[in-house]
Design a protein around this ligand. Structure first.
Ligand code: SF4
Length: 313
């Protein structure tokens, strides 16, 4: 197992719970899509795993085992060694990843030298090589450019190059195409997919778009109100969605409708005493749903619903 996240819990200010026990696994060489609505907890999950939570957000429980080592209990120094080397990451706004005061090539050289001793000429050659494989034309010329001289699409290709240049085992990409036009989104996602496959890297792709999951992911974790409410291989979950929220998301994908009801948690969770967090929006709720449902499953396909239907589409 490449990454095994177990019961990850994060609190925000005033001890409001934002992640209420997130669990999922990433298998080496496979891509997991973490999908859900805005503020469901997807980005918070990535930040917690990578040690990038901004106070007052803090981890209050759980484990995140990366190749057997718990990232949540690593020292800052050890986590810094892992992050950017064995785990690459791509954040939503690529331009904030780049240092505006450093030329692109120098940033790619620095990304290597902070993690291992490397001869500058070799680091520069590797920088140009990976820029070329990211589809950046004239990489030697572009290496001399400042970030503000690049198009948004090229910025995102450089960000991907930065995430991959140290040949990580795992890449976490948090909405890597947010803010880009549709054509560029497809190009970047295609590139990301091909590089993960070619390098046999495990991936976590965070998105709000089930269509992206269907096209680029092997496995899916559906996130709702700070929990993974359904998980399994994409083919199984899409063919037989077991949780009402997954079914609603799939319906919106097909019909372009909004999911009925208001999200009642606004970034924090309702008290546990309210039972299933999807209850206020769920058309299938009964009295039993006043008690929070456990994760139940059929093989690798599991869902957090008292009435999970694994046999019916
Ligand atoms: S446990 Fe009840 S409220 Fe929650 S998703 Fe299942 S049927 Fe709906």
């Amino acid at each position: 197992m490449l990454l095994d996240v177990q019961d990850l819990r994060v609190d925000l200010a005033g001890n409001t719970q934002a992640l209420a026990g997130v669990s999922f696994r990433v298998v080496k060489g496979r891509i997991l899509g973490l999908v859900g609505e805005h503020k469901a907890g997807k980005s918070l999950t990535a930040s917690a795993i990578l040690g990038l939570l901004q106070p007052p957000a803090r981890v209050v429980g759980g484990r995140a085992l990366f190749e057997g080592q718990d990232l949540l209990r690593m020292s800052d120094a050890d986590l810094t060694r892992v992050r950017g080397a064995r785990i690459g990451f791509v954040v939503q706004s690529g331009h904030t990843t780049l240092d505006p005061n450093t030329r692109v090539g120098a940033q790619l050289v620095r990304a290597q030298s902070v993690h291992r001793p490397i001869v500058p000429a070799e680091a520069a050659w590797r920088a140009e090589t990976i820029m070329s494989s990211m589809g950046i034309p004239e990489p030697r010329l572009r290496a001399e450019a400042w970030p503000h001289e690049l198009t948004p699409a090229t910025v995102q290709r450089v960000v991907l190059a930065l995430a991959l240049i140290n040949e990580p085992q795992l890449l976490i990409a948090d909405e890597p195409t947010a803010g880009l036009d549709i054509t560029t989104q497809v190009q970047i996602l295609d590139l990301l997919y091909m590089e993960l496959r070619r390098r046999r890297i495990g991936g976590v792709l965070i998105t709000r778009d089930l269509g992206v999951v269907a096209q680029y992911c092997d496995d899916v974790g559906v996130v709702y109100a700070g929990q993974v409410v359904e998980q399994g291989p994409v083919t199984q979950v899409f063919a037989r969605p077991a949780h009402p929220f997954t079914r609603a998301m799939l319906a919106t994908m097909q019909e372009r409708l909004a999911i009925a009801g208001d999200r009642n948690f606004g970034g924090a969770l309702p008290p546990a005493a309210q039972g299933c967090p999807y209850q206020p929006r769920c058309g299938e709720a009964t009295e039993r749903c006043a008690v929070a449902p456990p994760l139940v499953g059929a093989g690798v396909h599991a869902a957090r619903c008292h009435f999970a239907r694994f046999g019916a589409a």
